[in-house]
Design a protein around this ligand. Structure first.
Ligand code: FE
Ligand code: FE
Ligand code: FE
Length: 179
């Protein structure tokens, strides 16, 4: 019979998943920063890319705390979110809604991270890794702050996208719905 898996095992497995996901998010953010037209959006991506590199570093500290090697395990959820982002980038490139879909994809990444770091923080505390819980909470707060910032920026971007005021060629039939 297989060895009974404990919360300790679940913590390590999820840590590997998030380690992979966080590294992917750094790449996705850099790509998004290159693609973004809106200044505040691009700035938000650049800032969070730097922050995310530190989050990867923080994860290696957590691996150290639990005395396990820092390994990444493919996170299919993050892979899926990133492929959707790439598809949207292709489909909406140069259109008035390009930045709106970029912001939306980035928020999907943040929400996945918020879910994962929330769990990891709770499990770390349960397992008695107070220092790890603190590190994970620092990252969790950064993800939440980024998500909130993206929501604010999206407010402006979405209105422009709806009105067809992109940087690229104006959309045909622009204007408010029903106008
Ligand atoms: Fe992150
Ligand atoms: Fe995952
Ligand atoms: Fe993030």
């Amino acid at each position: 019979m297989a060895k009974q898996k404990t919360l300790q095992d679940a913590f390590y497995e999820t840590l590997k998943d998030v380690y992979y996901a966080e590294k992917q998010s750094v790449k996705a953010l850099k790509k998004s920063a290159k693609a973004a037209e809106h200044d505040a959006l691009r700035q938000a991506f650049e800032t969070h890319a730097e922050e995310s590199a530190q989050q990867v570093e923080r994860l290696t500290q957590v691996f150290e705390i639990i005395g396990k090697p820092a390994r990444a395990k493919t996170c299919e959820a993050m892979q899926g979110i990133v492929s959707e982002m790439e598809e949207d980038l292709d489909d909406f490139a140069g259109s008035p809604a390009a930045d709106a879909v970029l912001a939306a994809c980035a928020q999907a990444v943040e929400h996945y991270e918020i879910a994962r770091y929330g769990t990891l923080k709770t499990w770390a505390a349960q397992l008695g890794y107070a220092d790890a819980a603190k590190l994970l909470d620092e990252t969790l707060q950064e993800e939440k702050t980024t998500d909130a910032l993206l929501s604010r920026i999206a407010g402006t971007i979405n209105a422009a996208a709806d009105a067809g005021e992109g940087e690229a060629e104006p959309a045909k039939g622009k204007g408010k719905k029903g106008a």
